[in-house]
Design a protein. Structure first.
Length: 344
């Protein structure tokens, strides 16, 4: 077995370790290594340690689908045998068609960079889906508008994005330049973790290469967007954890062209706060905001203070969320939503 380096290259706090994880350890677990999952494959996983990358040895019948990039785990310091995963501070996941359980995207994030570009890829309805997932995951969303140098005026894109959620932060940049590092610096400092999500071809891999200051031989492959339909090719095929030059960590993810919502009721409440706050003022408690008398939401639409398209997108996402959220049979046959909470 290879010996560990004599000196650590990271500290645990620099890897993202905090008292939240420390408090989960029992007295007999103190000698175990604290490792952070860097890649997850069907039959193997790698992790980052204070000494650098390690290949984990898995227990028999370990299901790697139960682990997400960004997870903290404990392992034997000599063999790297996985002992257990620690509880998560945040978890980003999505429902995929035909799957019985959600797909884990990334864990223990501080910030989610929702990346889109200043062209036909810009789609407010799709961005709202990402925002709902981020809100439900209890992580901070930031809209990152790339390819700003390729349009005459990126201002309209920025205004539309900022209007999608109250107090939403939006950054416009050219992912190939060092100014992108400066623009995103508030979320990329030592010990902070961000994830990149968005469609293929919007510049996620380019942004990763810039943030991580990767040399050419280590850079992630990048692919452009087709001019005809603004759709990109998948250049990232799996999730992975990378060090950011500023001291933080970034999780790169494959492009997602379809994004279904499920079990994100709280996330939708935050996303559509202007509707959520009006609803209790409606005459009927079960108001659908369609045609009922005394509906304060419809009154806001008629008064021009609430956009009708926005209300329609709220209705569509709310209905999809109800249809996709699994239910369990409770006491005496009562149905209740299966809710595991934000922190897992």
């Amino acid at each position: 077995m290879k010996n560990k380096p004599s000196l650590p290259i990271h500290s645990l706090p620099a890897l993202g370790w905090s008292s939240f994880y420390e408090e989960q350890l029992t007295a007999d677990e103190a000698p175990l290594d604290r490792l952070r999952i860097a890649t997850v494959h069907r039959s193997r996983m790698t992790a980052e340690s204070v000494f650098g990358p390690v290949k984990l040895k898995l227990q028999p019948r370990t299901n790697t689908a139960d682990f997400a990039v960004g997870d903290w785990v404990l392992a034997d310091p000599d063999t790297h045998l996985l002992v257990r995963r620690l509880d998560r501070q945040s978890l980003l996941e999505r429902q995929t068609m035909g799957a019985r359980t959600p797909q884990l995207i990334a864990a223990n994030l501080d910030t989610l960079f929702i990346v889109t570009s200043c062209n036909d890829d810009f789609n407010p309805a799709r961005l709202e889906r990402y925002l709902a997932l981020a809100n439900e995951a209890d992580t901070r969303p930031v809209i990152v508008l790339t390819k700003a140098d390729q349009v005459e005026d990126p201002g309209p894109f920025q205004e539309q994005a900022a209007a999608l959620q109250r107090d939403l932060e939006v950054v416009t940049l050219n992912a190939k330049t060092q100014s992108a590092v400066t623009s995103l610096a508030p979320w990329c400092g030592e010990g902070q973790t961000v994830a990149l999500v968005g469609s293929s071809g919007v510049g996620k891999s380019t942004l990763l290469n810039t943030l991580a200051a990767k040399p050419q031989e280590e850079a992630q492959l990048t692919g452009g967007i087709r001019e005809g339909d603004a759709k990109g090719r998948h250049t990232t095929t799996s999730r992975s954890l990378h060090a950011i030059a500023a001291g933080g960590w970034v999780i790169d993810t494959p492009g997602m062209r379809t994004l279904h919502v499920s079990d994100v009721a709280s996330g939708l409440d935050v996303l559509f706060a202007e509707i959520t706050e009006l609803a209790p003022q409606c005459r009927f408690r079960d108001c659908t905001h369609l045609h009922e008398p005394g509906c304060k939401v419809q009154e806001a639409v008629k008064a021009g203070t609430l956009d009708a398209d926005r209300l329609e997108r709220w209705r569509k996402l709310s209905e999809e969320n109800r249809e996709n959220t699994p239910t369990l049979t409770g006491a005496r046959g009562n149905k209740r939503p299966e809710k595991t909470g934000k922190r897992r």
